[in-house]
Write a protein of this length. Structure first.
Length: 73
């Protein structure tokens, strides 16, 4: 992911080292409403959706709804 998305540089290693934190997102009924682990919570919501797509692709439509609501109001 680092090569195609420089903004996510280091996410792969962070994921490996903190897989239990990401498992909370995987196990959640509403992962789109949870914060990302560590420094990854400080990134743009659009990038969070990309990470969410890697973990829970079934929840991306809900994340998109949140994104649109946040941007449009």
């Amino acid at each position: 992911m680092d090569k195609k998305l420089p903004a996510l540089k280091g996410i792969e290693q962070f994921f490996i080292e903190n897989h239990l934190e990401f498992k909370k997102l995987f196990d959640s009924n509403e992962p789109e409403n949870l914060p990302m682990p560590g420094v990854w919570n400080d990134i743009d919501y659009f990038l969070k959706m990309i990470i969410l797509k890697s973990i829970r692709p079934d929840k991306v439509p809900f994340a998109v709804q949140n994104y649109v609501s946040e941007k449009i109001g």
